[in-house]
Design a protein around this ligand. Sequence first.
Ligand code: NAD
Length: 290
Amino acid sequence: MKIAFIGLGNMGGGMAANLVKAGYEVRAFDLSEEALIAAKDAGCETFDTAREACAEAEAVVSMLPSSGIVKAVYTKDVIGHAPHTAVLIDCSTIDVATAREVADAAHAEGYKMVDAPVSGGIAAAAGGTLTFMVGGEHHAFDAAQPILAAMGKAVIHAGHIGAGQTAKICNNMLLAITMIGTSEAMTMAEKLGLDPQKFYEISSQSSGYNWSLNAYTPMPGVGVESPADKDYAGGFATALMVKDLRLAMEAAEGAGAAVPLASRAAALYEDYLGAGNEAVDFSGIIKTYS
Ligand code: NAD
């Protein structure tokens, strides 16, 4: 089966390589020459334009940086250029309204389309262990499912088009809140004279149990191994967390949802980003409490 893959960056590069390993013929396009060379090394066929990559494709997968780019790529180079029988799968994290708008344009031309953002970072993309949250009609989900399964450990049908993006931003909004809450509680426990490791042992088995504490402990040398133990390198960059929080705040406003804690978390992460921490793992925010 021929799959066009557009956007071969940190995430897309590993994902496309996993499709090759699963036996798909991957037709790759990226604006970056370096990304195209890496894709070729991984066994993809590379093309000079997105349109050429999409010609003959039975599926199109994209992993792009922003809503504006996704909209431009689909409306200019995918819709009307890929065969109309192709299933279109956008794995980028973008706003819900754009995901629906692009899918409407695709549906009008007879395409099946899903939004399929991911949970998991660069290592999960390379290792084929991403979790996909998928929005779209059943027949579109069924067509996308085996392709997504070749790149991940879980493929969950969230609901109608846009439901994948909704799940993604609500999940990451919750993550921002739990990371800040965990950072505050660990630092306060330490300031009150409690050994942070003891706090971890107790709270990780008590009602304070949460992913940020249990699986991604933000204090170096405490709890599980995490980016904190590598001076907050790797992991999930603060710039990406802020991107997701901006999408969440926009969506909350549009939906009239009350998000007082998430608004505060978003403001704290904006400040942390502004202090030059774009590339620092998002758990580094704990340092602002010490
Ligand atoms: P990246 O910047 O490393 O890769 C994006 C790629 O898209 C680049 O290679 C760029 O050259 C290419 N590109 C940009 N415009 C293009 C165009 N018009 N046509 C073709 N290619 C184009 O970003 P990434 O980290 O791989 O993230 C991709 C998406 O995945 C984003 O939406 C991000 O929010 C989401 N995401 C990232 C992570 C992560 O840990 N990096 C985790 C979950 C979700």
